[in-house]
Design a protein around this ligand. Structure first.
Ligand code: XMP
Length: 531
């Protein structure tokens, strides 16, 4: 795999650096900065001030973290950044680090504040608090607390337990809050973050879908020249938007491959071929490989074995389709040199490859692409979060049915049949799944629900009474969940009426199913998928 890639933003873009202190807060902060239409990048706390400054940041945000500043090996930050003349905002642990680095004190007070807390303004004016209410609800999660602010800082808020809950040094452009403004439960959190970005750092709202498209189109053209490009489409948002961007940049130089592995839901192939390819004018070569996959899955029940087989067969199918395309292109005198991937920023950050290394999470690709592909990667979504990808998709005219599609696993229905995968079982599950999707859409729940796996317990049978007789059929499990990132999830409180309609329709019309059950487990302890 060719590791060279074009990930650095143009030198003209001054990022807001979010310094990751080791918890999951950094990604959330980086997203909130993007929501304020400014470009953000996550960097590790171990990065030196010189390296940070080389990125020409417009501002720096120190994130919260799980540690106490007193723990051995606790994350720190190169103190030289505080003298660089760049606006800095410290959040929670980052606030405490800033306090300590500049001569304030942090106490192991023994008092803890978690969750909703009331903060009170202690000054008549504050840059970060602006005109927000004097008393406001903030979201706290800390043990240690700042006891005295550094010299030159004004304390701007306090809570019952924490006298120094926010401070600022306007002259030096240094600000901090003990709470988490990035969390939605924080009443004025986003406004406070935006005051820092817009008023303090002077950032304009220029990170928009259309500016990202213009920028990426120029980059793709530069990278690809007049060579040909291929893209594996899964029918999901990421690969569809990545392909649409590349198509906008280089038009017919792009050909997409869609592998139908026979584990798709009802109508998915048509959605890709008709709603997407035809309406966008993108060339898609579909290959029906269902026999290959279903033969390979015969007799297999163990989930990870299924995943491996599906991944392996996917690579074989993709390679065969790609070879055919390369031969065809060779006859035309064109060469296929590039492969488009819909890698997103969270994948890049999570695999530790923030600035370059090719770390592709096979789990989140269409079954995982081969390691030794002789292509250079084109990854136009590498700097983006999912919500940004959706906005770009809309702007590019990608059909809404694809832009707002809920996540669907690469191995498809293969991991939603508990037991052996057979054609007949796939038919049963497809029919049940279609009913669920129709009813959730009719109830207007598509955006509210993160995803709703429908699972066939093919190895379980229970007694029922349908029509005149006793039946011995399978249960269908409904697993509607709400989530922000699939790392954690809660079961969705779908109304009883909607559930009743789903249950009636499934048991009345889907053969061999005589029971519908609802999964009411959060993640953790359960996962979203059953396999
Ligand atoms: P779990 O089941 O781990 O799922 O809570 C988290 C998210 O990942 C999706 N998922 C997969 N996606 N290949 C994929 O491309 C897979 O093998 C796979 N397994 C789970 C799942 O649908 C959810 O969105």
């Amino acid at each position: 795999m060719n590791n060279e890639r074009n990930t650095e933003r143009a030198a003209t873009v001054h990022p807001v650096l979010v310094v990751d202190m080791g918890a999951q807060y950094a990604q959330l902060i980086a997203r909130r900065v993007r929501e304020a239409h400014a470009y953000s990048e996550i960097v590790p706390h171990s990065m030196s001030a010189t390296e940070m400054l080389a990125k020409k940041p417009a501002a720096i945000i120190l994130s919260g973290g799980p540690a106490s500043v007193y723990e051995e090996g606790a994350p720190g930050v190169d103190p030289q950044i505080f003298d660089a003349g760049i606006p800095i905002f410290g959040i929670c642990y980052g606030f405490q680090l800033m306090a300590r680095a500049l001569g304030g004190t942090v106490g192991r007070t023994g008092t803890r504040e978690y969750g909703h807390t009331t903060a009170r303004a202690t000054e008549t004016s504050s840059v970060i608090l602006g005109d927000d209410a004097d008393e406001q609800t903030v979201w706290m999660s800390h043990g240690d607390a700042v006891e005295t602010a550094p010299d030159g800082f004004v304390v701007t808020a306090s809570t019952d337990e924490t006298p120094v809950a926010a401070f600022e040094n306007v002259e030096r452009g240094l600000y901090g809050v003990q709470w988490h403004p990035e969390v939605h439960h924080c009443q004025f959190g986003q406004a406070q973050l935006e005051r820092f970005l817009h008023q303090v750092a002077g950032l304009t709202r220029n990170w928009t879908a259309s500016s990202i498209i213009d920028d990426q189109v120029a980059r793709i053209r530069e990278q690809v020249g007049d060579a040909r490009v291929i893209c594996g489409l899964s029918g999901g948002v990421d690969s569809s938007v990545a392909a649409a961007l590349v198509h906008r940049a280089v038009g017919d130089q792009l050909t997409c491959i869609f592998v139908d592995h026979g584990l798709l839901r009802a109508g998915e192939r048509e959605q890709v071929e008709r709603d997407y390819a035809e309406s966008m004018g993108i060339r898609v070569v579909s290959v029906d490989e269902s026999d290959r996959f279903l033969n390979a899955l015969q007799g297999v029940c163990e989930p990870e074995t299924k995943r491996k087989i599906i991944g392996r067969e996917f690579i074989r199918s993709f390679e065969a389709a790609q070879r055919a395309l390369v031969e065809e292109a060779g006859r035309d005198g064109g060469e296929i040199k590039f492969l488009v991937q819909g890698t997103l920023y969270p994948d890049v950050v999570e695999s530790g490859g923030g600035d370059g290394a090719a770390n592709i999470k096979s789990h989140h690709n269409v079954g995982g692409l081969p390691e030794d592909l002789e292509f250079e990667l084109v990854e136009p979504l590498r700097a983006l979060f999912k919500d940004e990808v959706r906005q770009i998709g809309l702007e590019l005219g990608v059909p809404e049915s694809i832009v707002w599609r809920q996540p669907f696993p690469g191995p498809g229905l293969g991991i939603r049949i508990i037991g052996e995968v057979t054609r007949q079982r796939l038919e049963i599950l497809r029919a049940a799944d279609l009913i669920v999707r129709e009813e959730l859409t009719a109830a207007g729940l598509d955006r509210e629900i993160w995803q709703c796996p429908v699972v066939l317990l093919a190895d379980v049978r229970s007694v029922g009474v349908q029509g005149d007789g006793r039946t011995y059929g399978h249960p269908i499990v409904l697993r509607p969940v709400s989530s922000e990132d699939a790392m954690t999830a809660d079961w969705s409180r779908v109304s009883f009426d909607v559930l009743a309609r789903i249950s009636n329709r499934i048991t009345n019309s889907v053969e061999d199913v005589n029971r519908v059950v609802l999964d009411i487990t959060s993640k953790p302890p359960a996962t979203i998928e059953w396999e």
